[in-house]
Structures are given as C-alpha cells and as structure tokens.
Design a protein around this ligand. Sequence first.
Ligand SMILES: Nc1ncnc2c1ncn2[C@@H]1O[C@H](COP(=O)(O)OP(=O)(O)OP(=O)(O)O)[C@@H](O)[C@H]1O
Ligand SMILES: [Mg+2]
Length: 260
Amino acid sequence: MDGKVIAIFNAKGGVGKTASATCLADALRERGEHVLLLDMDQQHNSTDLYGAEIEGRMSTYDLLTESGVDASEGVQSTESGDIVPGDVLIRRVDQDMDKITLGRETMLRDALAKVEGAYDRIVLDCPPTIGNAALNIFMAADRVIVPMNASGEGLSALSETLEFIGKVESNPRYNPGLEVVGVLVTLYIPGRRVSKAYDEQLPEIAERFGTRVLDTRIRFCTKYPEATTRQMTLFRYDPDCIAAQDYRAVAEEIVSKGLI
Ligand SMILES: Nc1ncnc2c1ncn2[C@@H]1O[C@H](COP(=O)(O)OP(=O)(O)OP(=O)(O)O)[C@@H](O)[C@H]1O
Ligand SMILES: [Mg+2]
C-alpha cells in the first residue's frame, strides 16, 4: 500500500491528534484493513484507551533508542486492536538519542522494517513537539495528517509543523516520499463562527506548503470525552456518534481521493 505509514502530527498540543489517530485507525479497520497503532507520546493516551500495558513491556521509547529492535516484538493485541504502547520515558528521548552515534534519524524506520509486511496500515499518534522523535517519525512515515482545532488558535504552530515536514521531504537524504495528506479540522461546532483570520488563513497556509484543508471536518462530540473517561476508544464506546461518523467520512475522503 502506498501510504502505509501515516503520522498524525501537529506541534501544538490538544488539537485532536490522539482522537484522530485512534478513530482513523478504527475507521480503516472497518474498511477491512489490518491496522497497527503506534503510540509515540509520553502521555500514552492511546495506550490507555486500548487498555495496553506499559510496565515491563516494549514501548515506542525502545524503538527510538535501541538499535536492532523489531517493533513486532512490542505489539500488544487488545480488544481495540493492535498497538505498540507509549511510555513516559519518551520525555527524555531527545537527551537519550544524543548518545546514539549511527543511524539516529532512522531508528524508528529500521524498527518498523520487519513489522510493515504484517499490516496494511500503521498509524502513529504523535507528541506535540518537534525534535528527534518527530524527525524519526517523518523519516519513517509515508503520509502525515495534521489535525487542527477549529477554535482557530495555533496557526503559527501549524506553519512551524508544515515547514519542518517540508524540510524533511525536500531533502533527498531525508524522506522525499513523505506527503502531507492535509489539515484536518477537529472539534468543529457547526454554526459557530470560526474567526475570519482562521477561515481565510488556514487554506492559505495549507496551500503555501503545498497541501490542502480536508473537506471533512470532525465535529465536537460529547461522546469523545465520555469514552476517554471510561478508557475506551470512541468506536467501541459509541460507534454511531457524530465524531465516529465524521472519522469514517475522512477515511472515505482520503482513500477515494487517493491521498493515502
Ligand atoms: N471530536 C471531539 N469532540 C469533543 N472533544 C474532543 C474531540 N476530539 C478530541 N476531543 C477532546 O479534546 C482534547 C484534545 O484531544 P486529543 O487528546 O485527541 O488531542 P491531542 O492533540 O492528542 O493532545 P496532546 O497534544 O495532549 O496529545 C481532549 O480533551 C479530548 O477529549
Ligand atoms: Mg495526544
């Protein structure tokens, strides 16, 4: 599959990365795909939603910091699907990766090499920071989806994110195959006016970096925080709620337009 490894990334926190990674993984599973979720975040929110274990288990921290690791050894099969868990240790990944002398930027890509064949799709729930982990993510990914809160804050973080991705994809030594699928508007409340600056600037920023704002917007849905409180994915808690419908629509949009 062309866009096998999909990173859900934005340098800003709280924009719906975890919601988008977990729900998109489920929407793709409903379409019959075999999907692996990778929790790349120290907050390990998607790991908790999957009820996966962290203590004493291989995590994405190990994939980033230990040479020769095979990610398939870290896969946990849960009721919600397959996942490699996140870990609080990821908070010190920058400092720990400084000690790696060879292949520091491709640690994740190398760790995924053996597991890739076993899945149709690998979805990455990413941390809200640009650093060594992010560089590894973009070296390993084929596609990036950038969630963006409809409230309109975070336009500068969006530019920073797209600029960084642009540097990775424009450098033949890095990852020329990397493509931004688009900006995905999340936490959208129909009828509520988003700021004019946001409305006008969002497509402009996306276009400046050679990408687009996806047509589908993810509506604000009270079921999402409810599901989180119960430590369940949204698709298990309420598969018919509006946000779940929207994530199915995004999956349809990006597959039918050939974006992944
Ligand atoms: N469609 C939605 N409707 C309502 N609330 C949502 C929706 N999507 C996400 N949320 C809520 O918005 C907040 C941010 O979402 P989420 O955790 O997915 O963002 P994030 O980008 O992963 O954050 P972080 O950078 O901290 O990892 C959370 O409190 C979550 O419960
Ligand atoms: Mg998150």
